[in-house]
Design a protein around this ligand. Structure first.
Ligand SMILES: Cc1cc2nc3c(=O)[nH]c(=O)nc-3n(C[C@H](O)[C@H](O)[C@H](O)COP(=O)(O)O)c2cc1C
Length: 278
């Protein structure tokens, strides 16, 4: 389910071009005298009318201060002031005007937020996170993440996987050491999750376990929590530490926590021509 805010305009073409070029909105839907734009999960439309509706404020929010600064640089000539901290709301923000004098707000929330990512943003912005803050993960959030992981596809809907949550500091440290630098991120997180599959339940337990693990990585990101796939954890020492039967398959053990600092830049991806082959 979704919603749209419609606003009256006298310059449909100019105003939609402004939001597309300057604010990176995409054209979601064109109608006879209205255009609906999209900015992440925010849908808003302009319709040609005799009067302009500008007694409104449109707020665009970003994942980091750096992105707000980038928008400020771009819109400096339209900005009302430089970006500042607003302690009352825990935000970093600045204001600007669109070509019909509507107030625009650009901000970063300097605290955790409930889920807001659109599905394409979720897939595009998920990153491997290797450093975490000390902030504990609320039990309810942890339950929500684990609960979402139940909806992964499995061969014949066999659901052969389960999760082992690791909160004990000593166990986290020992897990972090098993593969040196490769597993070190586990030691920097408040929690780790092992995603394990039972071969007695499914012949495809390796695929089922890996897909479920990726589902959990995405579920975590939905709630603003960082993860990192740590490979080659299907080892006897890991199983012994976690009390996992030797014949079960450990798809990965991921650290789980609030990311420290701004999100890392996306490691470069190859173009679509690399992925699409005749
Ligand atoms: C199969 C697999 C194994 C990986 N193993 C490790 C690992 O052992 N340690 C680690 O820090 N990152 C590991 N990663 C994370 C990758 O380095 C990361 O996904 C890649 O650099 C792309 O970055 P992104 O996840 O931020 O898009 C692994 C990822 C995959 C899919």
């Amino acid at each position: 389910m979704a919603g749209i805010v419609f606003l009256r305009t006298q310059k449909l073409e100019e105003i939609t071009e402004f939001f597309q070029k300057q604010i990176d909105c995409s054209n979601w839907l064109s109608q006879p005298d209205c255009t609906i734009l999209r900015h992440g999960n925010f849908l808003f439309g302009f319709c040609t009318r005799d009067t302009v509706q500008n007694d409104v404020m449109l707020t665009f929010f970003y994942h980091s201060r750096a992105e707000v600064d980038r928008m400020y640089k771009r819109l400096q000539s339209r900005a009302e002031s430089e970006p500042v901290e607003n302690e009352k709301y825990g935000i970093y923000q600045f204001f600007a005007r669109d070509p019909e004098n509507r107030m625009l707000e650009f901000q970063y929330f300097d605290h955790d937020l409930p889920p807001f990512l659109s599905s394409d943003e979720l897939l595009l912005t998920r990153r491997s996170i290797r450093r975490f803050t000390d902030q504990p993960i609320p039990e309810s959030l942890l339950t929500s993440v684990c609960d979402l992981s139940r909806f992964a596809p499995t061969a014949r809907n066999s659901q052969p996987y389960y999760l082992k949550l690791v909160k004990d500091n000593d166990v986290l440290k020992r897990l972090a050491e098993v593969r040196g630098a490769s597993s070190a991120p586990i030691g920097r997180a408040p929690i780790a999750v092992a995603i394990v599959a039972d071969p007695a339940i499914s012949k495809r337990h390796i695929q089922d376990g890996c897909i479920a693990a990726y589902h959990l990585l995405l579920a975590a990101w939905t709630y603003g929590l960082g993860t990192c796939w740590i490979a080659a954890m299907d080892r006897d020492d890991v199983k012994e530490l976690l009390g996992i039967p030797k014949d079960h398959y450990v798809a990965t053990v991921t650290p789980l926590g609030y990311p420290e600092g701004d999100p890392p830049a996306m490691p470069e991806r190859k173009g679509l021509d690399h992925y699409l082959r005749e």
